[in-house]
Design a binder for this molecule. Structure first.
Ligand code: ADP
Ligand code: ASP
Ligand code: MG
Length: 405
């Protein structure tokens, strides 16, 4: 007998037929004698719909109230699933984040899980119930409802699997595994049988939304076996595991893209000590996470500074920089939302040179201009014009030998 956590994403529970399908899958595993915890997301599109509703009332709605609102998406699905399970004769109970004692910090909209007290879930499993937990949500120390950020129900599932010492955490979505790149963008993407935590971490942080990055962090830290698979098919998906000695170390093992960032440039910034701090401190104080930064020195003690921020924080960051620009005497603040970051990833890069050169040459051959570059020992990212994303992903996937035959 095993303890299995199954997490189903929005498309897998988009309507009652699909919720019935999920119920059948859970019952099958339960009837085989296993303990089953099901973690659910909201129905596909629901979180965005709720966000837009609030947006119709206010430009910057209260973050606390927004979390109370967004959490209803997952409340709907867990209750519907339990009604479905009971109607099929299977004992079940739903728990919201706070009832499952998923305790987070108080960063509304992007809270981090700090603790899970799994006693109540264990007790309910002991009564042979399927426990359905609302993903994406928790509560802070004061009891306020918090949400974990886009794709956050993956993190709920893996964290619960860690707290419950589950045998496996299955992540069900509309793809049947982790591919060398987004299979919806590139038909030649190849499904991976397994992928190491480190490569998955890199893929997730660089845009492969099939698994949320926090979920992979938890999995690696607590050694949770994660199985990414499809709710519409029976076959095995991809196992996310510790790096193994016999793992094929391809120089490049994946290509990702991220269209969720925007670029801000300050021109003719005085090239003096303390200026970068005056530019980035107010951004940090506003809780905005800066990704890439480049500086180009000009003549005459001036420099241009370009950096990227999440698109969702773009307006706020622009407003802050306009004020900063005035106080430090910068010429202009320019913004660009039509950008994409394309990355190639591979553990094998640690011991290989020439990957960056090959990436730049490939993009140049297609006349794609590179606006920014960043590298680490296992990835290279280039910011390009958004309209070339698909072309760049396909051509890089091809030249690095990843295409399926
Ligand atoms: P869910 O709503 O079930 O959580 P998501 O939409 O968050 O599902 O994640 C699944 C999607 O991730 C797929 O539809 C696919 O387009 C996208 N994706 C991006 N990169 C990859 C990749 N490398 N492998 C598989 N899927 C990927
Ligand atoms: N419903 C949330 C979202 O849309 C959580 C999730 O899907 O994982 O991001
Ligand atoms: Mg997701």
């Amino acid at each position: 007998m095993a303890l299995i956590v199954q997490k189903y994403g929005g498309t897998s529970i988009a309507n009652l037929d699909r919720i019935r399908n999920v119920a059948k899958r859970a019952i099958r595993v339960y009837n085989a004698g296993n303990d089953v915890v099901v973690v659910l997301s909201a129905m596909a599109g629901e979180t965005n719909r709720l966000m837009e509703l609030a947006g119709e009332i206010a430009d910057d709605p209260s973050k606390r109230e927004l979390d109370v609102l967004l959490a209803t998406g997952e409340q709907t699905t867990v209750s519907l699933l339990c009604i479905m399970l009971e109607s099929m004769g299977c004992p079940a109970i739903s728990l919201l984040g706070y009832q499952a004692e998923i305790v987070t910090n108080k960063a509304f909209g992007r809270a981090r899980i700090v603790e899970i007290r799994a006693d109540r879930i264990k007790e309910l499993l002991g009564q042979r119930k399927i426990v359905a937990v609302a993903g994406f949500q928790g509560r802070d120390q004061q009891g306020n409802i918090t949400t974990l950020g886009k794709g956050g129900s993956d993190a709920s599932a893996v964290a619960l699997a860690a707290a419950l010492k589950a045998d496996v955490c299955e992540i069900y979505s509309d793809v049947d595994g982790v591919y060398t790149t987004d299979p919806n963008l590139c038909k030649k993407a190849k499904k991976l049988e397994k992928i190491s935590y480190d490569e998955m971490l890199e893929m997730a942080s660089l845009g492969a939304k099939v698994l949320q990055i926090r979920a992979v962090e938890f999995a690696k830290k607590f050694n949770v076996r994660v199985h990414v698979r499809s709710s519409f098919k029976e076959e095995e998906g991809t196992m996310v595991v510790e790096e193994e000695k016999d793992m094929e170390r391809l120089v490049v093992s994946g290509v990702t893209y991220n269209k969720n960032e925007a670029r801000i440039t300050l021109t003719k910034v005085p090239d003096q000590p303390g200026i970068a701090s005056r530019i980035f401190t107010p951004i940090a104080d506003a809780g905005i996470v800066v990704d890439m930064i480049i500086q180009n020195t000009r003549k005459g003690g001036l420099t241009d500074l370009t950096f990227t921020v999440p698109k969702s924080d773009y307006q706020k960051a622009m407003a802050i920089q306009k004020e900063v620009a005035e106080s430090i005497g910068t010429e202009q603040v320019l913004g660009d939302e039509q950008i994409a970051k394309v990355s190639v990833i591979g553990l094998g890069m640690r011991s290989h040179s020439g990957v960056a050169a090959k990436m730049f040459t490939t993009l140049a051959k297609e006349n794609i201009n590179i606006m920014m570059i960043s590298t680490s020992e296992i990835k290279i990212s280039c910011v390009i014009e958004e309209k070339y994303t698909e072309l760049a992903v396909r051509i890089l996937h091809h030249v690095f030998g990843l295409d399926s035959s």
